[in-house]
Design a protein around this ligand. Structure first.
Ligand code: ARG
Length: 472
């Protein structure tokens, strides 16, 4: 990790970059309080990238000589290396990553370093840095989402025929297939992926050139800088450019939805690994034990993911509140955008990684799931549908099956375990063929339409998803 120096004596800490109009030095505490270097040093690489493009543009329009540009590029390359190696002694007196790097550059190369800030401000610089950084993070996150989706699709294919009870109100409702359940999670992540890509479009617009707020009097070429930095285009309005943090909020909102999905998956994994459900086994390497109860194997990874969700929601509210009262254009408030954004990315990446690593190794327990599906009269709807096919109105069928279920509760047997004569007490249209629909296999196989739980449909969805993922 790189170091950060906190000077305590006010005298030595005058800011060389903006000290001109001040008659006394900044109070030492105020200096530390207003500085962002302790966290924005994370943007060092993007700051250098932005400076390289800005310098190339200044040279193109005649504001830097070829020698000056070469000196700037050499200096920046050296600072990038130092920063990567953690060798930069970041200074609080120099407030933020932008002024630290600029001062360091000037120390190294002299006068050319002082020319780099021509036609730009830290206001457009910081907005550019965050966009460059977040654009890259969105790409990493999208890759992890894809990896998790791949794991789910693989599991769905393996378990396309495995039956478990589906729940509503956490009560056994109807039999479903495990593959179908995994593909439900896949669909949520598919929307998440699309949201990330959509949000990336608005991240990828370049604020640089907006300068402090109004643009600059130099003949800058923003199109050229945008191309060098692989932005889609320069932004349209300088005031909006330096003050806009919508993209960070959109991202954090997309991140919150991903966390919400992961938290829902987590909740199910926690339930499913409990002795009461016993539907799956998580490999030991994703679990931990208890220091007092030797028998315990706890699903810590999903529990932690569920717990971390609140943090990301908090960052979303934090950023929304940060922006809500800011008049145009840049305000120092905006410095507070970084920590929530950084923590959102770190938290999300960690959770996605844990899930993407873990999901392909989930072991199902088909017998347990089957037993659970047999317990809750999961095929009651199938019996009603059977009666409807035989000509009974659905409401009457619902009533008949309700009575059959009550009988089952009383006699402690599932519908499929009753004798034909027992079933016929409730309706004489019931024939021998009823047992085809009362089995779990018959029930899931019957839901054979787009989006249904039948193994055939699950395998079709799996094939479609494989195509989508392969095209990324
Ligand atoms: N550290 C500042 C931030 O993170 C950089 C921009 C500061 N600009 C200014 N005029 N004070 O937003």
């Amino acid at each position: 990790m790189s170091k950060t120096t906190v000077e305590t004596s006010t005298n030595e800490t005058e800011n060389k970059l903006w000290g001109g109009r001040f008659s006394e030095s900044t109070d030492a505490f105020v200096q530390a309080f207003t500085a962002s270097i302790t966290f924005d040093k994370r943007l060092a690489n993007q700051d250098i990238q932005g400076s390289e493009a800005h310098a190339a543009m200044l040279h193109k329009v005649g504001l830097l000589t070829a020698e000056e540009l070469a000196a700037i590029n050499d200096g920046l390359a050296a600072i990038r290396k130092e920063a990567e190696a953690g060798e930069v002694d970041w200074s609080i007196a120099l407030e933020d990553v932008h002024m630290n790097i600029e001062a360091r550059l000037t120390d190294r190369i002299g006068i050319a370093g002082k020319k780099l800030h021509t036609g730009r401000s830290r206001n457009d610089q910081v907005a550019t840095d965050i966009r460059l950084w977040l654009r890259e993070q969105v790409d990493f996150i999208s890759e992890e989402v894809t990896r998790l989706q791949q794991g789910l699709v693989q599991l769905a294919e393996q378990e396309a025929h495995t039956i478990l009870p589906g729940f509503t109100h956490l009560q056994v409702a109807q039999p479903i297939t495990f593959g179908h359940h995994m593909m439900a999670w896949y669909e949520m992540l598919q929307r998440d992926f699309e949201r990330l890509q959509d949000c990336r479009k608005r991240i990828n617009i370049m604020p640089l050139g907006a300068a402090a707020l109004a643009g600059t009097s130099y003949p800058i070429d923003r199109q050229f800088t945008a191309e060098l930095l692989h932005f889609d285009r320069p932004s349209n309005n300088s005031l909006d450019s330096v003050s806009d943090r919508d993209f960070a909020i959109e991202f954090t909102s997309a991140a919150s939805l991903i966390m919400m999905h992961l938290s829902r998956f987590s909740e199910e994994l926690v339930l499913w690994t409990s002795a009461q459900f016993d539907f799956i086994n998580l490999p030991d390497r994703f679990c931990t034990g208890s220091s007092i109860m030797p028998q315990k194997k706890n699903p810590d990874v999903p529990e932690l993911v569920r717990g971390k969700t609140g943090r990301v929601y908090g960052h979303l509210i934090c950023l929304m509140t940060l922006m809500k009262s800011q008049p145009l254009a840049y305000n120092k408030d905006n410095q507070e955008d970084k920590e929530p954004l950084f923590d959102t990315v770190d938290t999300l990446m960690g959770c996605l990684r844990a899930f993407a690593d873990m999901m392909p190794h989930v072991e199902t327990k088909p017998e347990s799931m089957r037993r659970a599906a047999m317990q809750g009269f999961a095929t009651a709807t199938d019996l009603a549908d059977y009666l409807v096919v035989k000509g009974m109105p659905f409401r009457d069928a619902h009533e008949v099956v309700g009575k059959a279920v009550a009988f089952g509760v009383e006699t402690k047997q599932d519908l499929s375990e009753m004798k034909l004569a027992e079933l016929q007490q409730f309706s004489d249209v019931i024939g021998d063929d009823v047992f085809d629909v009362l089995t779990l296999e018959g029930s899931v196989a019957a839901r054979n339409h787009i989006g249904g739980t039948a193994p055939e449909q699950v395998l079709m969805q799996v094939a479609g998803a494989k195509g989508v993922l392969a095209a990324r």
